[in-house]
Design a protein around this ligand. Structure first.
Ligand code: CA
Ligand code: CA
Length: 237
């Protein structure tokens, strides 16, 4: 690759395939969802290869234990369907590169590098800025329990040494969303614990006609769901 005239091409997706040969390599969690980055003059643009309708689910694989760097995913709910992918050729100024900057993120969402599982994009005190090489890169997004997770990123052209944005270049913004469904009905406030606060949460859900109040899963919210909540609570999760 000519460093002066950086050419990014989707043909560089081989790295992911190579990684998949590792015995304990984690799985993506579903079809690849590519975040297509393209250059249009002095601006970056983003498009979705596959329209994403709603949050993407983070999965836990209780029987899988990874060794080595991938062990950071052990016990987590994770997904790597979102992948950065170059759409066409890039011609960037010498000494520059493409960067992804975390603008905002759910505090409990963690991101790990696609290839070496190092924490990136603000995870574990890492920099909020991560340099993308231009090859297909499916980073790992992980969380510890039920909930909704979101991250907003800015993609820009920056100085390869300082990562400072280059003047005169347009950036692109995108927001990604994930979720972990709450499979513990009695845990109404979805904090991963069963305790008295879930009773308060059930009352609030009942009054708000929130589907979470439907503890017997019959499609309607009525007083029988109170009895059902007690039963679910006693059954535990
Ligand atoms: Ca709870
Ligand atoms: Ca019901």
């Amino acid at each position: 690759m000519n460093t002066k005239d950086l050419v990014l091409t989707s043909a560089l997706g081989f790295a992911l395939t190579a990684g998949a040969a590792l015995a304990d390599n984690p799985v993506l969690g579903g079809p690849m969802l590519h975040l297509l980055i393209s250059q249009n003059g002095n601006a970056l643009e983003i498009d979705y290869e596959t329209p994403v309708s709603g949050p993407v689910e983070l999965f836990q694989y209780p029987n899988d234990t990874y060794t080595g760097p991938a062990a950071v995913l052990n016990g987590t709910y994770y997904n790597a369907q979102f992948g950065w992918l170059a759409n066409g050729f890039f011609s960037l100024p010498p000494g520059s590169g493409v960067f992804v900057q975390k603008i905002s993120s759910s505090a409990d969402l963690r991101v790990y590098n696609a290839f070496d599982f190092s924490p990136i994009l603000g995870t574990n005190g890492s920099s909020d800025v991560w340099q993308w090489t231009g090859e297909m890169t499916h980073n790992w997004y992980a969380a510890d329990g039920p909930g909704q997770y979101t991250a907003t990123y800015r993609v820009y052209v920056g100085d390869a040494t300082t990562s400072q944005p280059l003047a005169g270049w347009g950036d692109a913004m995108l927001t990604l969303e994930w979720f972990v469904p709450n499979d513990c009905l009695a845990d109404v406030n979805a904090d991963g614990n069963l305790d008295a606060t879930d009773f308060t949460a059930w009352i609030a859900a009942f009054n708000a006609n929130d589907p979470k109040a439907d503890q017997n899963q019959d499609g309607s919210i009525d007083p029988s769901d109170f009895t059902a909540w007690i039963a679910n609570f006693n059954a535990g999760c």
